[in-house]
Design a protein around this ligand. Structure first.
Ligand code: BGC
Length: 744
């Protein structure tokens, strides 16, 4: 196709000439990016612009129906602006060459991928990392992932997932930071900073994608792809802040969610994408849909056909169609028929092209596809070390009766039992990108590497993760009997959490509970190492097993990290980022609940409680033990009362009263006693991870400002209200020292 000269207005003639002299190679134009985008847009046909609004998968890793198989043909025809699930310096270069050399304008492709918790070197699942409460470690994890991914030709990761989730039945809880607004927001920022590094366009950075906008974590009944329904107040107070924090941290893109909200699928939801995201939050990156979610608006029942769905999405504020192909199929005709304004297409194309310029792709479309850099970067020893470090920081000690842990490295005979004890494939968890499970270290291997040469390590699988055969029980019981101590690895398969992995039961799957009971009957000291992507209901284990470690899925270095904790090379410091219920019937259960008009009173039937279950969780949010103990002194408040302009300092002396050096996550919670609308019983407003030698103390200080006391008031304005507040400082959301102050 030749270029119609009538398209060139005088203002862009010079730039255009420059552009086309080099377009077969690498288009180069200078000046502010906005001008370069405008000059390019002026050259583009409507079809080419719509092509930029389209994202198709390559042949790898698809999570849903592949609509287009001939994606190479699509690239050639200029019908696609971005490709996902394609990585590797050589592969991305080949695809890029088609776009640059074989299309009329040579516009480079953008390559995206789900780099969720590491690219090749796999780090702990996001929920596990959240348990570290270590923002530096989390940022480092994302930084490492960006380093590796960008060295394999990738420009864009579909992360972080910022969905607050209070329902562990939802398998995707594993991809986020748990139940809390404040912790979730801090972690969202750390992840964006890690992925985007020193800025978009740096060679070792990838652009972040905040997902799934919005409120996907509140899918009804924990069922994936399901409806969410909530008040605007809850949406704004609980679900939106982590997305907003990520956007304020500079995240370049946003992904819509599969769910509907208030009767409108997120992908057609103008209130979310235009009113909130663009107008209120001034987001100026681009919005991509989730996988085929424009198409899914037909099944949702808000669009009759392809055209209606495409129109709904573009008008609501979607810029890029992931995988449905509906923009390609319908937008040109919709514009030509006068049903959709061409300016909307221009706006969307402008945002996408701007990002490509920012990434430096118009200067050198192959800059991220460098095989040498790939070779030097991928799975460097220092990355493996970083992954091991984050992994051990993510482990939570749930129980440790009589200081059974840490174990001596000189135990004579140690039995490692359970379906997850030597389960290499499971270690890297779900959404493990380009990670190779063959390179993962199992618990058995980690233990063997961690003990003294004289220790005999025995192993028995005991049963499979999720079937009903007890054939291997006898051998496992026999193995336990021979040992001095048993490490019992039970939990879920990696595939049991993540997308399309909702569960109605949170018990150990298959016959694992029975296995635990049989091994316990041997009377041997047992440490349960749980591996799972969500809170499980483990009441029996909590009651009958002396030591329990929550090990999640910790990535490539799993086995070494767990062994580090078992043998005391690392003193566990993780705290739960999500409440562990006693039974599924308690869900949703989270610490920042409302008080109700009839708070639980065990002696009064007509109060808010169950007949057959306690209101209390098994383990509360923020909970986690250490091999040492910490004592919290009384709180000191710098002022008895404050005004909205003041800063109140709450301080608390924390002492390591045990035998080991250790880290503690000191948590600050606030309760607004009376508001114009009801307020949660507690809300996390600060935390600090401190490190103390035995016998040492530290005075931990938190500053409280008006913003920490603000909320959506009765009239939905955001601000504080005068009155009494309670503050708590402690090692979890259930216990803490208390203080009170007044906001005047
Ligand atoms: C998931 C997204 C993911 C996308 C691309 C979808 O099914 O919901 O989180 O980024 O697939 O792989």
């Amino acid at each position: 196709m030749s270029i119609s000269l009538t398209k060139l207005n005088s203002a862009v003639t010079l730039v255009t000439a420059l552009f086309f002299t080099s377009c077969q190679e690498t288009p180069r134009v200078s000046g502010p990016i906005e001008n370069r985008v405008d000059s390019l847009l002026a050259l583009m046909t409507l079809e080419e612009k719509v092509g930029q609004l389209t994202l198709f998968t390559s042949d790898n890793d698809v999570t849903g129906p592949t609509i287009r198989e001939n994606y190479k043909g699509d690239i050639k025809a200029g019908r696609v602006g971005a490709i996902f699930n394609a990585f590797g310096a050589d592969y991305t270069r080949k695809l890029q060459e088609i776009a640059v050399k074989e299309t009329r304008l040579g516009i480079p492709l953008l390559f995206g991928y789900d780099v969720i918790h590491g690219h090749r070197t796999i780090f702990p699942m996001p929920l596990a990392e959240a348990a570290s409460w270590d923002l530096e470690a989390i940022e480092k994890s994302a930084r490492t992932a960006a380093d590796e991914a960008s060295a394999e030709g990738l420009h864009w990761t579909f992360a972080p997932m910022c969905d607050v989730c209070r329902d562990p039945r939802w398998g995707r809880i594993v991809e986020g930071a748990g139940e809390d607004v404040y912790l979730g927001s801090k972690i969202a920022v750390a992840r964006v900073k890690g992925f985007q590094g020193n800025g978009i366009g740096e060679l070792n950075s990838v652009i972040a994608c905040v997902k799934h906008f919005a409120a996907y974590g509140a899918s009804q009944a924990g069922r994936d792809y399901h409806t969410t329904d909530m008040s605007d107040r809850v949406l704004r107070e609980v679900y939106l802040p982590p997305y907003k924090a990520a956007i304020d941290a500079g995240a370049a893109t946003v992904m819509t969610s599969f769910n509907e909200i208030d009767g409108m699928p997120a992908t057609g939801n103008k209130y979310l994408m235009t009113d909130i995201l663009r107008k209120e939050w001034n987001f100026n990156g681009f919005v991509v849909t989730d996988y085929t979610s424009i198409m899914e608006m037909i099944a949702h029942g808000v669009a009759e056909d392809t055209s209606a769905a495409a129109a709904l999405a573009i008008e609501a504020g979607v810029d890029m169609d992931m995988q449905a192909g509906f923009f390609n199929d319908a937008l040109v005709t919709l514009v030509k028929d006068g049903k959709v304004k061409e300016t909307l297409i221009d706006e969307a194309a402008r945002r996408i092209l701007k990002t490509k310029y920012e990434l430096g792709l118009f200067n050198d479309p192959y800059r991220y596809s460098n095989p040498e850099r790939q070779k030097e970067t991928v799975m460097k020893p220092e990355f493996l070390e970083a992954s091991r470090d984050v992994a051990r920081k993510s482990i939570v000690l749930l129980k440790n009766d009589k200081q059974l842990l840490p174990l001596s490295k000189n135990i004579k005979r140690l039995a490692v039992i359970g379906p997850l004890a030597n389960a290499r494939k499971e270690m890297i968890g779900s959404w493990s990108g380009a990670g190779d499970w063959n390179k993962a270290v199992t618990l058995l291997e980690g233990i063997k590497a961690g003990v003294s040469p004289s220790t005999q390590v025995l192993y028995a699988k005991g049963c499979n993760i999720n079937d009903d055969s007890t054939n291997l029980f006898a051998q496992a019981i026999q193995t336990a009997r021979q040992a001095d101590v048993v490490v019992l690895a039970v939990g879920e398969g990696a595939w049991m959490s993540g997308e399309a992995a909702s569960r109605a039961s949170l018990d150990l799957p298959g016959v694992q509970q029975k296995l635990v009971e049989e091994i316990q009957k041997t009377g041997k000291p047992i440490i349960v190492t749980l591996m799972n992507g969500r809170p499980l209901t483990i009441n029996w284990i909590d009651k009958n097993i002396p030591a329990v470690l929550e090990c999640w899925f910790l990535g490539t270095q799993s086995g070494h990290a767990i062994a580090d904790v078992l043998f005391g090379n690392y003193n566990p410091s993780g705290k739960l980022p999500v409440t562990f219920p006693r039974s599924v019937g308690q869900i949703p259960i989270f610490y920042s609940m409302k008080n109700t008009g009839r708070p639980m009173d065990p002696n009064n039937k007509y109060t808010s409680k169950y007949l057959d279950e306690s209101n209390d969780p098994l383990y509360p949010f923020g909970y986690g033990l250490s091999y040492t103990s910490f004592e919290y002194g009384d709180l000191a408040l710098s002022l008895p009362s404050m005004t909205s302009g003041d800063e109140l300092v709450v301080s608390c002396k924390v002492t390591n009263t045990g035998k080991y050096a250790g880290e503690e996550v000191v948590q600050l919670y606030v309760c607004d006693k009376v508001g114009s609308v009801t307020r949660p019983v507690k809300e996390l407003k600060g935390f600090q991870k401190i490190s103390l030698q035995p016998g040492d103390s530290k005075n931990v200080e938190f500053k409280i400002t008006n913003n920490d006391l603000s909320f959506y008031r009765k009239d939905m304005s955001f601000g504080s209200e005068p009155g009494a507040f309670v503050v708590f400082v402690g090692g979890n959301s259930r216990e803490g020292k208390k203080g009170e102050f007044v906001l005047r």
